[in-house]
Design a binder for this molecule. Structure first.
Ligand code: TYD
Ligand code: MG
Length: 462
């Protein structure tokens, strides 16, 4: 299998120009640092299909591939129903987010329910893995730990045992000795992934790779592998909170709109049965500056709490700080609230926080953020049974949010009576959602409706 006499060439990742030696600037397209080393074995394609004949589409089988189903319905949901034999799956995420924990749990489960599983680690020693396994109460029958970073050695061991599943933790630590570059280098990552892919497809063994996302850059990381793997999953979450989102950004065997919600506990990752309910568990009743917003994560509507605090600033340029929400949108919302609703935030710091460590990327949360800010500023709590969804436009208008009915349904399910929605939201044909719609056309209208100044608590006390 080892073939150290393979011809090596250098290819530009931008224009595919090929050279015999590495150069800093590509002669083909003049781009800098785009040239990577590549063995001739891996130039095009990674399926072993040299001899396969064309199949008539009408005669092609639509047979469902048998999958290794897992007990975690959240992980199954993201994978599209389980692990497909021979598939290559990438699990990417920040260091420390819980990738190794999840994969050790999956590996142990497959080892228990099928046959032997190989867990290859290039990052930790066997005793470190054992300590984690003890914490997860994994006995480890039929689970083999291999501490190895040489991909040829890994493939040789896999060849000997043909496991039901192989885990490679992480792809950045693997190296192919026939390449001169170091482990973690772009060409090493690609070549190692390609060889594992070829082996997995040839032997029908699924392989899960982990990959670290580098802060900002992610150049030598998982992005590079996305086009190669069958499924790319990202694990996200704030390390200080226990919630973890598992998101499919690519899936050849399922939907990419699926999101799984897991919780990191003292004994590993667990499914969260009702995420919306869990996210709202700690929400104090009648708190000022707090509102519930139904956000969309893939196909799923989830209720999250947004909190805001306004406080007189002690510095000449007041701060706008957002955690879990886009800071540019926070600036926009503050400016619109000042200009169109007469809320004088110019001398106030504004702090916005999405609880539970979730990150909201959609503008549909704008209305909720604006109401939370106004609630804090006016010292008036939002009515407890009202949620809000809508994008705030620059002239203070509330714009339509995608899939409003699905969001409202989730809010109603958890006991919210009304949900503020953009004025031009379509009614549902059956009329049920419309019962719970409270239409608002402008931000000023929404604020005056929910947070009237006369209800100010300080006034009531005085
Ligand atoms: P880990 O799986 O090592 O992260 P990654 O492989 O993505 O780098 O997870 C590390 C964190 O998870 C670490 O901070 C400890 C925590 N943890 C728990 O909270 N509970 C557990 O049962 C385990 C095993 C880890
Ligand atoms: Mg790890």
């Amino acid at each position: 299998m080892a073939n150290s006499k393979k011809r090596t060439e250098f290819v530009c990742t931008s224009c595919h120009n090929v050279t015999a030696k590495w150069e800093g600037q590509c002669r083909g397209c003049s781009a800098w640092n785009t040239i990577i080393e590549q063995n001739d074995s891996g130039r095009y394609g990674w399926l072993n299909n040299e001899s396969s004949a064309a199949v008539h589409l009408a005669e092609a089988s639509t047979e469902e591939l048998p999958r290794l189903a897992l007990s975690s319905s959240e992980v199954n949901r993201v994978l599209g129903g389980g692990i497909v034999p021979g598939s290559l799956v990438l699990l990417a995420g920040d260091p420390g987010i819980g990738k190794s924990t999840l994969l050790l749990q999956i590996a142990a489960e497959v080892a228990r329910s099928h046959s032997c599983v190989f867990y290859v680690t290039g990052e930790e020693s066997v005793s470190q893995v054992k300590m984690r396994a003890d914490r997860l109460a994994i006995e480890g029958q039929d689970l083999y730990i291999l501490t190895q970073t040489n991909v040829e050695e890994v493939l040789a061991r896999l060849d000997e045992q043909l496991p039901a599943l192989a885990v490679i933790d992480s792809i950045q630590t693997m190296y192919d000795p026939s390449l001169s570059s170091q482990a973690g280098n772009v060409s090493q990552i690609r070549e190692c992934a390609r060889r594992l892919l070829e082996w997995g497809k040839a032997n029908d063994v699924p392989i899960i790779l982990t990959g670290h996302v580098t802060k900002g850059g992610d150049i030598a990381g998982p992005r590079l592998l996305e086009h190669m793997v069958d499924a790319a999953l990202y694990m996200e979450g704030d390390p200080v909170s226990s919630w973890r989102l598992l998101r499919a950004v690519k899936n050849r065997f399922g939907s990419t709109n699926e999101v799984g919600v897991l919780e990191m506990t003292g004994t590993g990752l667990r499914d969260v049965a009702d995420p919306s309910e869990s996210f709202l568990l700690d929400r104090p009743a009648g708190a000022m500056g707090s509102i519930v917003v139904p956000v969309l994560e893939g196909n799923r509507a989830l209720l999250v709490e947004i909190q805001a605090l306004t406080a007189p600033s002690t510095i000449p340029t007041p701060r706008r700080i957002a955690t879990g929400y886009d800071s540019h949108r926070l600036l926009l919302v503050c400016s619109v609230a000042m200009r169109t609703c007469g809320i004088p935030l110019a001398d106030y710091d504004v702090i916005v926080n999405v609880t539970g460590g979730l990150k909201i990327t959609e503008p549909a949360a704008d209305l909720g953020v604006a109401l939370a800010i106004a609630s804090s500023f006016r010292s008036v709590p939002m009515p407890d049974d009202v949620a809000a969804v809508g994008e705030v436009g620059l002239s203070g208008e509330i714009r339509r949010a995608p899939q409003t009915d699905r969001r409202v349904k989730e809010a109603v399910r958890l006991g919210f009576r009304k949900c503020l929605v953009p004025g031009n939201t379509d009614d549902r044909a059956d009329g049920t959602e419309a019962l719970h719609y409270q239409r608002v056309d402008t931000l000023a209208q929404a604020i005056n409706m929910c947070l009237p100044i006369t209800r100010r608590i300080s006034d009531a006390v005085a």
